[in-house]
Design a binder for this molecule. Structure first.
Ligand SMILES: [Zn+2]
Length: 222
């Protein structure tokens, strides 16, 4: 099981820096969905985050997307997605704390996650946009809390992180009894899904296929 991508992009309080965005535009997917409502909601969410939630520190956007099977699973079983989000958060936060040369006892990180449910073709594509503090807070010897910025992750660090997350998520899903693995493959074990029409719609949307009508099952190329 592999995660397809994990891209980090720089976000500053002045706006989104495009230079470091390899594939995904910041929150851009909503625009194709419902322009006026989507744009207003985007602006409101951004204003709330900037005014009320995020500290005056540099932020970095992390985008994590999943294999098709897990997109399907998360759409059908959101409670599992919530647990997986916790695993992903802890993995990235621990990485940042270690990178700062500190431990979980002495340092804290923070993030806001926007769970995106659509890809750019309005296909069902559950993935995470995570706004992480680009560093950690730690207490110094005088007991004062200070922010310590970390350097950008390099390709090798990202690869290791993706591997760690993939391994932990797979182990969690195995323990939940929804993922089976043998030597070569891993597959989902979902009971009663075949008869449920909603699950079939979800399956079509995840795999870019037409769900109903005379062209049912045909692949849509986006
Ligand atoms: Zn996205």
């Amino acid at each position: 099981m592999d995660f397809l991508e994990c891209n980090a992009a720089l976000a500053t309080r002045k706006g989104w820096s495009r230079s470091a965005v390899p594939t995904v535009g910041a929150l851009g997917e909503r625009r194709g969905f419902c322009p006026s409502y989507g744009a207003r909601r985007m602006a409101e969410s951004a204003a709330l985050l900037v005014d009320e939630v995020l500290p005056h520190q540099p932020m970095r956007q992390w985008v994590l997307s999943f294999p098709y099977q897990l997109r399907f699973l998360f759409a059908s079983r959101p409670e599992l997605m919530g647990k997986v989000l916790g695993i992903v958060y802890r993995a990235i936060a621990s990485y940042l704390i270690r990178k700062a040369g500190l431990t979980r006892k002495s340092a804290q990180c923070g993030a806001v996650t926007l769970i995106q449910r659509f890809g750019s073709a309005l296909n069902l594509n559950v993935h995470f946009h995570m706004l992480f503090l680009d560093g950690v807070y730690a207490k110094n010897k005088q007991g004062k809390t200070t922010f310590q910025r970390t350097n950008a992750p390099d390709q090798q660090e990202l690869a290791i992180l993706v591997h760690t997350i993939s391994h932990r998520v797979a182990r969690f899903l195995e323990r939940q009894g929804v993922l089976e693995r043998d030597e070569e493959n891993s597959y989902l074990q979902l009971e009663g899904m075949d008869e449920d029409p909603m699950q079939q719609l979800i399956g079509c949307s995840v795999s870019y296929r037409i769900a109903v009508g005379p062209q049912q099952g045909r692949k849509v190329f986006a």
